[in-house]
Ligand binder design. Structure first.
Ligand code: NAD
Length: 365
């Protein structure tokens, strides 16, 4: 297969972690006989340095012409980087928001996986962490409270603020379809999360999700109220496969889910539009504090590349292979600094650099 991948290395540790993900993708290409071409795309601070703006028309065009985009992360230290002397619409993050909008990315996928080998980093009870979990939060990204009309008024000296939460049935249907499609590639379970006991938008959400479910008799659907879901994520995360939810609930729940895994350098993410196209990036930022030192953890980016193979190219076997290689290297005891337990050497773990971690995973493909 020919894979035409746009590549945004970005800022901070971005170029280091993307380099390692490419190593692993190249190993996949050799093993399975695929042909990968990478198109480098400038975004964020890297684009400001060259073009004076965080996103150019050429960058948008290059992303649109790719089958999928793999990204490191963008941004710098807000206290010291000259990028943050610029007006807000010229700063690195503005480029990221703009490219997401241009590409029509409405579905955000955040897997939260607890690896057996990293169970000690999990802040949950021992019996919960030992059982492990592997869930995915599918968050609607372009509607709801964050995009509704808002205003603040003062009447008779009383300040009043209003935010509106709007969803139409088409916006709900398209994300529900994505969630059911993805559940079919996983364990076949969708938990739709809402606040249908209070909100009209949630009652419509639930009704439309039920309609979509009729086309997926092989996928098990249940509904859960968001407050209960927040509790269940810390009580029994293993019960979940795909959690489908609206923008604000997803924002909060996905951060909660990532915290319970205990290791930010391991968390992949994807944002999809209504074609097979997706933007794949680690959940973490550009970590300017450790940039250029070859100590960052490249695994979140490598796992984002695996998601890209699975969701944009339907290469499930290849994606499984990457995930298996990551597990194997962890099992062998190799750890970047962020996931190295205190006194780890004594228990058999070996500290390795970003590039060594990437090479070891690529070698096990
Ligand atoms: P961050 O995620 O970059 O860093 C938080 C902490 O986690 C730091 O101590 C960092 O060293 C560590 N860390 C993060 N990723 C790591 C990895 N792969 N390996 C080892 N350690 C890792 O968050 P921040 O410091 O709040 O933000 C830094 C910059 O990143 C800011 O400019 C912010 O705007 C940007 N950012 C970008 C994205 C994105 O590109 N999507 C997302 C979040 C933050």
């Amino acid at each position: 297969m020919k894979l035409n991948i746009g590549c945004i290395s970005g800022d901070g540790i971005g170029p280091e972690i993307v380099r390692e993900a490419k190593k692993v993708l190249d190993a996949i290409a050799v093993k399975y006989g695929h042909e990968i071409s990478y198109t480098e795309i400038l975004l964020g601070g890297a684009s400001i340095d060259v073009h004076g703006v965080p996103l150019t028309q050429e960058a948008i065009q290059a992303a649109k012409e790719s089958d999928a985009v793999l990204m490191g992360s963008i941004g710098g230290d807000a206290n010291t980087s000259p990028w943050y002397q610029l007006p807000p619409d010229r700063r690195p993050e503005a480029g990221l928001l703009a490219i997401r909008k241009e590409l029509g990315l409405f579905a955000n996928l955040r897997p939260a996986v607890l690896y057996e080998e990293l169970a000690d980093a999990c802040p949950l009870k021992k019996e919960t962490s030992e059982a492990g979990f592997d869930l995915l939060i599918m968050r609607e990204l372009t509607g709801g409270l964050y995009f509704g009309e808002r205003r603040t008024t003062v009447e008779n000296g009383l300040r009043t603020a209003v935010d509106t939460l709007v969803y139409n049935e088409n916006e709900i249907r398209r994300i529900a379809v994505k969630a059911f499609d993805i559940a079919r590639k996983r364990r076949g379970k969708v938990t739709s999360v809402d606040k249908a006991n209070v909100l009209d938008s949630s009652r419509l959400w639930r009704a439309v999700v039920n309609e979509v479910a009729k086309d997926y008799p092989d996928v098990e659907l249940s509904h859960m109220l968001v407050d209960n879901c927040a509790m269940q994520l810390v009580k029994d995360p293993a019960q979940f496969d795909v959690i489908l939810t609206e923008n604000m609930f997803g924002d909060i729940l996905s951060d909660e889910a990532s915290m319970v895994t205990g290791s930010i350098g391991m968390l992949a993410s994807a944002s999809l539009n209504d074609t097979k196209f997706g933007l794949y990036e680690p959940s973490h930022g550009s970590a300017p504090d450790i940039a250029g030192k070859d100590i960052a953890n490249p695994i979140a980016t490598i796992l984002s590349a695996a998601m890209m193979l699975r969701y944009s190219f339907d290469l499930d076997k290849e994606a499984d292979d990457i995930e298996r290689a990551v597990k194997q290297v962890l099992k062998e005891g190799f750890r970047t600094a962020d996931i190295m337990p205190e006194g780890g050497k004594a228990s058999g773990e070996n500290k390795c650099s970003c590039s060594e971690m990437g090479s070891r995973i690529a070698e096990r493909i």
